[in-house]
Ligand binder design. Structure first.
Ligand code: PEP
Ligand code: MN
Length: 359
């Protein structure tokens, strides 16, 4: 079992360093979590009673506790406060609500720009668009690939919107890293552990979607794979489960939001689009997600859904998206959250990324 060492409030950097070193000497892997009031050092590896005692005796150590959950770095025990990420100057998590919107798939420059412009004007803070599409049928449109990534980067830059796109193959991680701001791990790849390890070795945010039949613990274990590699910029996303109900494409598990928030400090998003499967149902599910306290939603929007190459039936029209955004802001306010908007003066300024490829 693994442990956390809770430092006293007045612990110095040297005290913390001593604990980190001792953890290493004991054959455990140290992980630092600096809170507002105290520092916690995770010690991951095999625990033996003498180890626990040895750590407890070090100066400025307040307490040593065993982490009871199978996930460690993803747990609330390890990190008590909500994780708030800074993605190119946009805050994600805690009281901040972010709406990520865009087409399911990137289909061409003009269409992408038109949709991006519309969702930004309506208040979306980030742009989505798939270039590598995992499809049920091998004969379906599987995305524009490298060219799609290039268009996403171009449009994102032009509109100062951070971008998110799915990566399906560990070999594509450097390519996607160079073109997008957030790695999306799709529902079908939630347990592609090599892919999780690969994005975990980078310094870019990772957005993990819950598998079609995955438990919440399995989702958090997937997050743990990324965290274990040193990348702490992780978000998770509920996107509907396979059930016997066939009125919707999948059944949205709204309860996943408070359940994950109780167990983990990571921002929890909801995808109402893939759960609904029909555009008319999307606004209700989106509002439910924000009412439940989600850190945001990821929504598929298309200005010409009849001609969409992927997921047209669930794509919301820009005008309906704008109406939904207004309602969403009111709901967010009721639960004490605030929607991050791009079309207002108080919107945070876009900052270029300064970090490079790490592995
Ligand atoms: C998507 O976001 O377009 C997508 C394929 O989602 P999921 O992995 O949840 O099915
Ligand atoms: Mn889709």
């Amino acid at each position: 079992m693994d442990m956390i060492v809770v430092m006293k409030a007045n612990a110095t950097a040297d005290d913390v360093q001593r604990v980190v070193e001792r953890i290493g000497e004991l054959g455990l892997v140290p992980h630092l979590s600096k809170g507002e009031f105290r520092t916690i050092v995770g010690a991951i590896g095999q625990k033996t009673p003498p180890t626990l005692e040895q750590l407890r005796q070090l100066p400025a150590v307040d307490e040593v506790l065993a982490i009871t959950q199978p996930y460690k770095l993803a747990s609330r025990e390890f990190h008590e406060a909500d994780t708030i990420l800074d993605i190119k100057g946009i805050r994600v998590g805690g009281p901040h609500v972010n709406v990520i919107a865009g087409p399911c798939a990137i289909e061409g420059r003009d269409m992408l720009f038109e949709i991006a412009r519309a969702v930004k004007d309506a208040g979306a803070s980030m742009l989505r668009g798939g270039a590598f599409k995992p499809r049920t049928s091998p004969y379906a449109f599987t995305g524009m690939g490298r060219e799609g990534l290039r268009l996403l980067q171009e449009v994102g830059r032009e509109l100062s919107m951070p971008t998110i796109t799915e990566v399906t193959d560990p070999r594509d991680v450097p390519l996607v890293y160079d073109h997008a701001d957030i790695f999306q791990i799709g529902a079908r790849n939630m347990q592609n552990f090599n892919l999780l390890l690969e994005v975990g070795r980078t310094d870019k945010p990772v957005f993990i979607k819950r598998g079609l039949a995955a438990s919440i613990n399995e989702l958090l274990m997937s997050a743990e794979y990324v965290l274990s590699q040193g990348n702490h910029r992780v978000m998770v996303c509920e996107r509907g489960l396979r059930t016997f109900a066939d009125e919707t494409r999948f059944t949205l598990d709204v309860s996943a939001v408070p359940v994950i928030q109780e167990r983990s400090h990571l921002p929890v998003f909801v995808d109402p689009s893939h759960a609904a499967g029909k555009r008319d149902l999307v606004p209700a599910l989106a509002l439910a997600a924000i009412a439940a306290g989600a850190a945001g939603i990821i929504v598929e929007v298309h200005s010409c859904p009849d001609r969409a190459l992927c997921d047209g039936p669930q794509a919301v029209l820009p005008a309906n998206f704008a109406r939904m955004m207004q309602q969403l802001r009111q709901i967010a306010e009721i639960v004490g959250h605030r929607v991050t908007l791009w079309n207002r003066d108080d919107a945070p300024p876009a900052r270029p990324t300064t970090t490079g490829w790490m592995s």
